[in-house]
Design a binder for this molecule. Structure first.
Ligand code: HEC
Ligand code: HEC
Ligand code: HEC
Ligand code: HEC
Ligand code: HEC
Ligand code: HEC
Ligand code: HEC
Ligand code: HEC
Ligand code: HEC
Length: 467
C-alpha cells in the first residue's frame, strides 16, 4: 500500500496533468485513507505541517558541491521510528517558518550539512554522546577527517528503530565503511555463529563498543572484551601453555587464532611512569621527525638508531621513563577477523620459540597517534637479537640456562618494558646506561669490560621453567 502511495506521488510530480493517474491516485487514496488517518493522529500537527511538503519524492535540492540532497522524509517510516514523539524542530531548530521553502538557503555539501546537524543529538542522548566524544571516530572528525562517522552515519534520525533486536549482520552500520573487515568477519567463527545463533556471538560493537570505539591495538587491544565472554580462557590455555597470562599479555589473540595470518612484532613506546603507551601530542608531530632523522635511508631502524631515538624520548631527568614493550600481532586488520575454530589454532611452541621463527621476521616501532591509531616505523629484525648482546642485560636475566635462545630474546623484548615485574635492584635506567656504555665503548673500540654480572640471576621464581 505505502509503495503504491509513493509511486503515485512520484508520478504526480512527474506528470501532474495526467487524468488517468489522477484517477488512479483517487482510487489509491480511498484505500490509503484509514492508514493515513492513523498516522496523522500519531503525529503532532507541527510534524504533519513539515511532512506535508517533505513526504514527497521530489527532485531534491542541488548543493554548491553539485550533489543533490534528497528532501524526502517518509511519514510512514517516521511514525514507525523511535523518534515518532520527537518534534522535527527538536533537531531542526534553525528552520524559519516565514521564509522556509520559499527562499533558497545555500548549503556547501551533504557532509557540511550533516556536520552542521551533529550537535542535535546531544541534549537527549548525552550519555552516548559523551562516550562517542572520546572515540577514535570523533577524534578523526575533530581532526577534519570527512570519512569518519557522525551519529547520523550509523543511525538515520528519521527511520531509527530499536537497536535492541539483532538484525542481519550486514545491516550493521560498521559494514558500510569497514567493508573488507566485515567480509572477513562474516566468514569467521563469530560471524558464522552470529548468523546461526544470534546475539550470543559478537558483532563489531561487542568487541569494539559502538560509541566509545578506540584504536584496536591500543593497550591490551580487545583482550578484555574477549574475556568477558570466554571467561575461563586463561585456565583453559593453562592446561597446555605455560604462563598463559604472560602469553596473553605479549600476544594478540588473533596471532594464534587466525592460523593463516602474517605476524609481526610491534615494539611500542611505553611510558613507565604514567604506565601507558606514549602518544603523539596533537600538533607536535615528534615521532615522524625523529624516526626519519634516525633512519635517513629508510632502511629500518638499526640497533644504534633505535638507541639514539630512545635517548631523545628520555631527555635529561627522565631517563628510563620511555621504554619499549614488545607485542606480537597479526599484520592486518582483515587477518584480525579471520578467527577459526579452536582445532586450527596454533599450539606448536616452535612457531615462535625457534631460531628464525616467522613472527619475528617483521618488526616495527610504534607510537600511539593523537587519535590512538598507531604510527609506525620499520625496524631491522636483527635488533631483537642484537639488543641482547648488550652486556649489562645479562645482569638480571640468566641467558642460556635450559631455554632456547629465542625465548631469551623474546623475554628481553618484553623485559625492556616489564614494569609489572620487579627486576631486582637492576633498574631500567641501568639497562639503558649499560646499552649506552656499550655503544660508546664500541665507538672508541675500547676493551673495558661492561658492568658487573653478579646481580640477580633470576627476575622471578618461575623464570627457570624449562621447556
Ligand atoms: C532526531 C533528530 C531529527 C529529527 C527529530 C528530525 N530530523 Fe531531519 N535530519 C536530522 C539530521 C541529523 C539530518 C542530516 C542527516 C544526514 O544527512 O546525514 C536531517 C536531515 C533532514 C533533511 C534533509 C534530507 C536528508 O534526509 O538528509 C530533511 C528534509 C529533514 N531532515 C526533515 C525532517 C522532518 C520533516 C522532520 C520531522 C518529521 C525531521 N527532519 C526530524 C535530524 C532529525
Ligand atoms: C511549504 C513546503 C515546506 C514546508 C511546510 C517545510 N519545508 Fe522544509 N523544505 C522545503 C523546500 C522547498 C526546501 C528546499 C529549500 C532550498 O532549496 O533551499 C526545504 C528544505 C528543508 C531542509 C533542508 C535544509 C535546508 O534548509 O534547505 C530541511 C532540513 C527541512 N526543509 C526541514 C523542514 C522542517 C523541519 C519543516 C517543518 C518545521 C519543514 N521543512 C517544512 C519545503 C518545505
Ligand atoms: C528531543 C530528544 C531527542 C533528540 C534530539 C534525539 N533523540 Fe534519539 N531518541 C529520543 C527518544 C525519546 C527515543 C526513544 C527511545 C527511548 O525511549 O530511549 C530515541 C531513540 C533513539 C535511538 C534508538 C534507541 C534504542 O533504544 O534502540 C537512537 C539510535 C537514537 N535515538 C539516535 C538519535 C540520533 C542519532 C539523534 C541525533 C540526530 C537523536 N537520537 C536525537 C529522543 C531524542
Ligand atoms: C560507528 C557507529 C555508531 C555511531 C557513530 C553512533 N552509534 Fe549509536 N549505536 C551504534 C550501534 C551499533 C548501536 C547498537 C549496539 C549498542 O547498543 O551498543 C547503537 C546504539 C545507540 C542507542 C541505543 C542504545 C543506548 O545506548 O541507549 C542510542 C540512543 C544511540 N546509539 C545514539 C547515538 C548517538 C546520539 C550518537 C552520536 C553521539 C551515536 N549513537 C553514534 C552505532 C553507532
Ligand atoms: C571477536 C571480537 C571482534 C569482532 C566481532 C570484531 N573485531 Fe575488529 N578487531 C578485533 C581484534 C582482536 C583486532 C586487532 C586488535 C589488536 O591489534 O590486537 C581488531 C581490529 C579492528 C580494526 C583495526 C584494524 C587495523 O587496521 O589495525 C578495525 C577497523 C576493526 N577491528 C573493525 C571491526 C569491524 C568493522 C567489525 C565488524 C564487521 C569488527 N571489527 C568485529 C576484534 C573484533
Ligand atoms: C562513516 C564511516 C565509518 C563507520 C560507519 C564506522 N567507521 Fe570505524 N573508522 C572509519 C574510518 C575512516 C577510520 C580510520 C581508518 C581506519 O582505520 O580504517 C575508522 C577507524 C576505526 C577503528 C580504529 C582502527 C585502528 O587502526 O585501530 C576501529 C576499531 C573502528 N573504526 C571500528 C568501527 C566500528 C566497530 C564501527 C561500527 C560500530 C565503525 N568503525 C563504523 C569510518 C567508519
Ligand atoms: C599461543 C597461542 C594462543 C594464544 C596467544 C591464544 N590462544 Fe586461545 N587457544 C589456542 C589453542 C591452541 C586452543 C585450542 C586448545 C585445545 O583445543 O586444546 C585455544 C582455544 C581457545 C578457545 C576455546 C576454548 C576451549 O579450550 O574450549 C577460546 C575461546 C580461546 N582459545 C580464546 C582465546 C583468547 C580470548 C585469547 C587472547 C586473550 C587466546 N585464545 C589466545 C591458542 C592460543
Ligand atoms: C559476545 C561474546 C563473545 C565475545 C566478545 C568473543 N567471543 Fe569468541 N565466541 C563466542 C561464541 C558464542 C562462540 C561460538 C560458540 C562456541 O563455540 O563457544 C565463540 C567462538 C570462539 C572461538 C572458537 C571456539 C571453538 O570452540 O572452536 C574462538 C577461538 C574465539 N571465540 C575467540 C575469541 C576471541 C579471540 C575474542 C576476542 C577477540 C572473542 N572470541 C570474543 C562469543 C564471544
Ligand atoms: C605465537 C607465539 C608463541 C607460541 C605459539 C608460544 N609462545 Fe611461549 N612465548 C611467546 C612470547 C612472545 C613470549 C614472551 C613473553 C614474556 O617474555 O613474558 C613467550 C614466553 C614463554 C615463556 C616464558 C614465560 C614467562 O614465564 O615469562 C615460556 C616458558 C614459554 N613461552 C613456553 C611456551 C610453550 C611451552 C609453548 C607451546 C606449548 C609456547 N610458549 C608457545 C610466544 C609464543
Amino acid at each position: 500500500m505505502s509503495t503504491l502511495c509513493t509511486l503515485t506521488d512520484r508520478f504526480l510530480l512527474l506528470r501532474p496533468n495526467s487524468l488517468f493517474l489522477l484517477g488512479l491516485f483517487a482510487l489509491v487514496l480511498s484505500f490509503a485513507g484509514p492508514r493515513a488517518h492513523a498516522q496523522e493522529s500519531a503525529l503532532a500537527k507541527e510534524e504533519l505541517a513539515c511532512l506535508r511538503c517533505h513526504d514527497k519524492v521530489g527532485p531534491g535540492k542541488t548543493l554548491e558541491s553539485g550533489e543533490v540532497l534528497s528532501l524526502a522524509i517518509s511519514t510512514n517510516a517516521y511514525v514507525d521510528s523511535m523518534h515518532k514523539d520527537t518534534s522535527c524542530e527538536d533537531c531542526h531548530d534553525d528552520i524559519d517558518a516565514k521564509t522556509h521553502g520559499k527562499t533558497i538557503t545555500p548549503i556547501k555539501s551533504k557532509r557540511d550539512f550533516a556536520l552542521g546537524m551533529r550537535e542535535s543529538c546531544r541534549t537527549c542522548h548525552a550519555k552516548n554522546f559523551t562516550q562517542y566524544d572520546d572515540s577514535v571516530h570523533a577524534a578523526m572528525i575533530k581532526d577534519g577527517n570527512k570519512e569518519a562517522p557522525l551519529c547520523s552515519d550509523c543511525h538515520n534520525a528519521h527511520t531509527v528503530r530499536s537497536t535492541k533486536t539483532a538484525g542481519p549482520i550486514a545491516a550493521t552500520a560498521c559494514a558500510n565503511c569497514h567493508e573488507d573487515i566485515f567480509k572477513a568477519y562474516a566468514k569467521d567463527v563469530h560471524g558464522l555463529a552470529r548468523v546461526a545463533n544470534g546475539k550470543t556471538a559478537p558483532i563489531c560493537a561487542d568487541c569494539h563498543k559502538s560509541h566509545g570505539v578506540l584504536a584496536a591495538s591500543l593497550g591490551n587491544g580487545i583482550k578484555d572484551a574477549c574475556l568477558t565472554c570466554h571467561e575461563d580462557s586463561i585456565n583453559q590455555h593453562k592446561e597446555w601453555l605455560p604462563n598463559a597470562g604472560r602469553h596473553f599479555e605479549a600476544i594478540s589473540c588473533p596471532v594464534c587464532h587466525a592460523p593463516t595470518a602474517q605476524r609481526r612484532v610491534n615494539l611500542r613506546l611505553y611510558d613507565n611512569v604514567a604506565m601507558k603507551q606514549v602518544s603523539e601530542k596533537t600538533g607536535v608531530p615528534q615521532f615522524e621527525k625523529l624516526t626519519l632523522a634516525a633512519d635517513a635511508k629508510d632502511m629500518g631502524l638499526d640497533e644504534r638508531a633505535l638507541w639514539s631515538l630512545l635517548k631523545e624520548f628520555n631527555q635529561e631527568g627522565s631517563e628510563g621513563k620511555t621504554v619499549l614493550r614488545g607485542r606480537l600481532e597479526v599484520s592486518s586488520g582483515i587477518e584480525a577477523h579471520q578467527l577459526s575454530e579452536k582445532s586450527k589454532a596454533i599450539k606448536d611452541c616452535n612457531v615462535c620459540h625457534q631460531k628464525g621463527a616467522e613472527p619475528f621476521q617483521s618488526v616495527s616501532l610504534t607510537i600511539a597517534g593523537p587519535d590512538g591509531r598507531p604510527i609506525r616505523h620499520g625496524v631491522q629484525k636483527d635488533v631483537l637479537t642484537s639488543l641482547l648482546a648488550t652486556e649489562s642485560v645479562r645482569g638480571f636475566y640468566a641467558i642460556g640456562s635450559t631455554r632456547i635462545k629465542l625465548l631469551d630474546y623474546l623475554l628481553l623484548v618484553v623485559m625492556l618494558g616489564a614494569i609489572t615485574v620487579p627486576v631486582g635492584h637492576m633498574t631500567i635506567k641501568r639497562l639503558f646506561k649499560g646499552m649506552r656504555d656499550k655503544l660508546e665503548a664500541e665507538k672508541k673500540a675500547a676493551r673495558a669490560p661492561a658492568e658487573g654480572q653478579d646481580s640477580t640471576p633470576h627476575r622471578r621464581a618461575d623464570d627457570d621453567t624449562s621447556k
